[in-house]
Structures are given as structure tokens and as C-alpha cells.
Design a protein around this ligand. Structure first.
Ligand code: URP
Ligand code: ZN
Ligand code: ZN
Ligand code: ZN
Length: 458
């Protein structure tokens, strides 16, 4: 064997048990009690948890946005991922008018391949159907391993917004080829109306970012998207869902048996819209904005009852000087926050505190993302799967600070947040990439994950 992790508490989505894990050729070869095996490397994990690596299915690395580019590229973003126990990262190449899907993806693949420190996959953002001809390329994209697409109901001036007609065409084509459609759901017209009014009234602080897109702005779009997904019985994955009414609509549709999947993010679980009243409120500006306490409570309830399928980060950091562009006008703040290194430690800390179980944390951050997005070799400590493994010390106290993160940004909304327990090692396909606070991986080691299509239904 190449690696033997002994006596840890192995956690899957459904059970926890003490066992040894043997790794050979990057795969989990055996799981059992007191395995009588020789190995090149033996790790004693007694008193520790042994978990599948997290899969962060929502990141924006080196993303052109808001007049700049997000502050983490593929190297620093995946380095930070490794140090937070994330072993697979999903990024979003953005198709532009006149461009094809595969050429868009291959351009990003070329950038990412030499830099990636963990494994990676791509959802492709669709912004323009090229008079319909782009739809003919969906099957080829799926054959290439791109089995999910993404639409935005907002960001008109960035050229990313699609109308309902385009969205429904994507939804239908994705269904036909065994892919799934991701959606950023907010209502652009109401946002524009609010912004126009606030700016006219001189209301320009970050608080008005929240007030221009409050709960109902997101809820309407969630419900509209769910309506189309139900009407055409097409799979729909709502990204970064942050409001109570939307999560309740999704829960009802799921109960009826529709393939509606819900993602939320740690920032919506930890903070409330009150942060936008702070002096540094602009640093928390992301879309959808962080909502009120009632929504946060509803999201935690939805995590516990299974309505939320995935917790992912929406990692899209900007430097302080870029956030400062919006000091006197919230519409000039680049949207997005850091989080890739905090996702798993945060959710596992909540498990350690007893708010959720460790099994639930594993399901939300690893097993469900792999299942929903067709990463068949990943997401679980199971014989035959990739040896993407995190060893977690439940007794290590950790206070998040920009100084102990491994990204390229200069501030974090997570500054000062205290965690109970922290990852001590991360392995990607059996290779150690993070060790007790230090990145020990190699740029270029990460591999493109060709994903499986969904089983086509009806
Ligand atoms: O504010 C955010 N979330 N920025 C990144 C783009 C997006 O909407 O996901
Ligand atoms: Zn978004
Ligand atoms: Zn996003
Ligand atoms: Zn503690």
C-alpha cells in the first residue's frame, strides 16, 4: 500500500465508525479494522475524524467582473482550497456571444491545468445562444465531461443576463442531453428600479446594496425558475439561495418529486444583513446579498430537513482597494467575497458544536455535490473512490484571519471568526497537499474531472 491511515473515525453521509483506510495508486483500496498491511507511509489518526475531501462546486477564479478580475487565480485559489480540505473545485468558464462552449472551456482549461493544486471541473456559463446554434453544442459538451450549465437572471451590464426564453431553452436542452442547469436567481428589473431611486435620494452606502435586492427580489426569481423547471420537468440547481420564501418554494417542489436542487453558502449561514451597516460593509457585498435573521434561520432549518442539498462558497474575492471603489456608491462595489478555505472548516465546526452532524456536513460538502454533478470517483470514503481525504482534529481551536489563509486577497469577511476543530491534513488522490497549516502540494497536480451525465428521465 502507498498510505495507511489508522484508527481514525471515518465519516460518511450515513455513518461514522473507527477504521483503517488503505490507499493504493490514488484510490481507496481497503477500509477495515486493524488492517494487517504494510504501507510506504502510515498515519495515526486516533482521536481524529477521517472525511472525504470537500467539493466546492461554486467558485469564480480569475473571473473578470465589476471592472476587474477576482483576486484569486487558479493557483492561489486551489492552494487555499487544499488548505481548507477542498479537494475538487468547480469554476465557471463564461461563454460569450459568437463563441462556442468547448472553445470557452478549453481556453480556461489551458489556464487552469498548469496551476491547479487540487482537482477541478467546469460548469459553463451560457450568455448567448448564438441564434440557437449553441444548443447544438450541448451534447458535445456533455461528451467532453461538462455536464452542467449556468444561467444568470441578472448582471445585464456585464453581458451575463439571460431572459426567460433563453433560460428555458437551456433548461430543455440540458435535460435532453443529461445535464443540469444552474441558476443565479434575482429579479433584475426590481433591482434596477430600487437602485435608480436610492441613487437619486443620495442613499449610497452598502446597506442600500441589501435594500435594493432584499428577500422578495430573490424569492420571485426562485419561484419563477422553479415554475419553469416544474413545467418542463427539467433538473434545476439554484445556486447561492439565501432567502426563506425561496427555500420554502424549493422544498415544496422537491416534495412533489421534481429535480430541484438547492445550494446555499456559509456567508448566508453565519452573517445577517446587519453587516451592511458596518463601516466595512462593502467588503460583505455579494449578490444575492446576505439576508435577515429569519432567512438565516430558514436556511439552517432547510439544512437539517434536507431541503438544502449543497453548501458551496461562491468564492469571488476582491482586494480592499477594489471594494473601496464603492465607498460612496454601492453600485461600484465589485460583488463577491472570499470563502474557499473556510467552507469545510466552518461546516465541520458547526458539526463539532452539535448544530448539525458530521454526516450532514460530509453530505452537504462532498457526497451530494459529487452525486448531483456526476463526479462518480469522488465525494465519499468508499473502496474504489479517489483517495481525496481530510484528517480533522476536533480539539484544535482556530481563529480565521487573513494572515493564516493561503489565498492572494488582502482581507476576509471571516476575520476573527472562531472555529472549534480544524483540518490537519488534506490528501488529493492519495497525495498530501496540506499538512498542519502548510500548503505542501504542487501546482499542476490537479486534474480535470470529466463528469458523467445524469440518467435521462422522461
Ligand atoms: O457576488 C457574487 N456572488 N459574485 C460572483 C458572481 C455571482 O453572482 O455568483
Ligand atoms: Zn451568482
Ligand atoms: Zn457565484
Ligand atoms: Zn472550542
Amino acid at each position: 500500500m502507498d498510505l495507511l491511515i489508522k484508527n481514525g473515525t471515518v465519516v460518511t453521509e450515513s455513518e461514522s465508525f473507527i477504521a483503517d483506510i488503505a490507499v493504493k495508486d490514488g484510490k481507496i483500496a481497503l477500509i477495515g479494522k486493524n488492517l494487517p498491511l504494510e504501507a510506504k507511509k502510515i498515519v495515526n489518526a486516533a482521536g481524529k475524524y477521517v472525511l472525504p475531501g470537500a467539493i466546492d462546486v461554486h467558485t469564480h477564479l480569475a473571473m473578470p467582473f465589476g471592472g476587474t478580475v477576482s483576486a484569486d487565480g487558479y493557483l492561489s485559489g486551489t492552494r487555499a482550497a487544499a488548505c481548507g480540505g477542498v479537494t475538487t473545485v468547480f469554476d465557471y468558464p463564461m461563454q460569450r456571444k459568437g463563441k462556442g462552449i468547448l472553445e470557452t472551456v478549453e481556453e480556461r482549461l489551458k489556464m487552469c491545468a498548469p496551476q491547479a493544486c487540487v482537482d477541478y471541473a467546469f460548469h459553463c456559463i451560457i450568455t448567448d445562444l448564438n441564434e440557437g446554434s449553441l444548443l447544438d453544442e450541448f451534447q458535445a459538451a456533455v461528451d467532453y465531461g461538462i455536464t452542467s450549465f449556468k444561467c444568470f437572471f441578472v448582471y445585464k451590464k456585464e453581458g451575463m443576463m439571460v431572459d426567460d426564453g433563453t433560460f428555458v431553452k437551456v433548461l430543455l436542452k440540458a435535460k435532453e442531453v443529461g445535464a443540469i442547469t444552474n441558476l443565479h436567481a434575482e429579479n433584475p428589473d426590481i433591482i434596477d428600479m430600487n437602485i435608480e431611486r436610492f441613487l437619486k435620494e443620495g442613499k449610497t452606502s452598502a446597506w442600500y446594496h441589501y435594500l435594493s435586492r432584499p428577500e422578495f427580489v430573490e424569492a420571485e426569481a426562485d419561484k419563477r425558475a422553479i415554475h419553469w423547471a416544474k413545467t418542463f420537468d427539467a433538473p434545476l440547481y439554484i445556486v447561492h439561495l439565501a432567502n426563506k420564501e425561496g427555500v420554502e418554494a424549493a422544498a415544496a417542489a422537491k416534495l412533489e418529486g421534481y429535480n430541484i436542487f438547492v445550494e446555499t453558502c456559509p456567508q448566508y449561514l453565519e452573517f445577517t444583513c446587519e453587516v451592511y451597516k458596518r463601516e466595512d460593509g462593502r467588503n460583505f457585498v455579494c449578490s444575492p446579498p446576505i439576508k435577515g435573521q429569519e432567512s438565516q434561520d430558514a436556511l439552517w432549518a432547510a439544512i437539517k430537513n434536507g431541503t438544502v442539498d449543497v453548501v458551496a462558497t461562491d468564492h469571488c474575492p476582491f482586494q480592499s482597494y477594489e471594494k473601496d471603489w464603492g465607498k460612496d456608491d454601492f453600485t461600484k462595489i465589485p460583488n463577491g467575497c472570499a470563502g474557499i478555505e473556510n467552507l469545510y472548516p466552518y461546516m465541520l465546526s458547526k458539526a463539532n458544536e452539535g448544530k448539525i452532524t458530521f454526516n450532514t456536513a460530509v453530505k452537504l460538502c462532498a457526497t451530494n455535490p459529487a452525486r448531483i454533478f456526476g463526479c462518480t470517483d469522488k465525494g465519499s470514503i468508499t473502496v474504489g473512490k479517489d483517495a481525496d481525504i481530510v484528517i480533522y482534529d476536533p480539539d484544535q481551536e482556530f481563529t480565521i484571519s487573513v494572515d493564516n489563509m493561503h489565498s492572494d486577497y488582502d482581507h476576509t469577511i471571516w476575520e476573527g471568526v472562531k472555529l472549534h476543530g480544524y483540518p490537519v491534513q488534506t490528501y488529493v488522490r492519495g497525495e498530501l497537499v496540506y499538512d498542519h497549516g502548510n500548503f505542501v502540494g504542487k501546482p499542476g497536480f490537479g486534474k480535470f474531472i470529466k463528469r458523467e451525465p445524469r440518467i435521462r428521465k422522461g
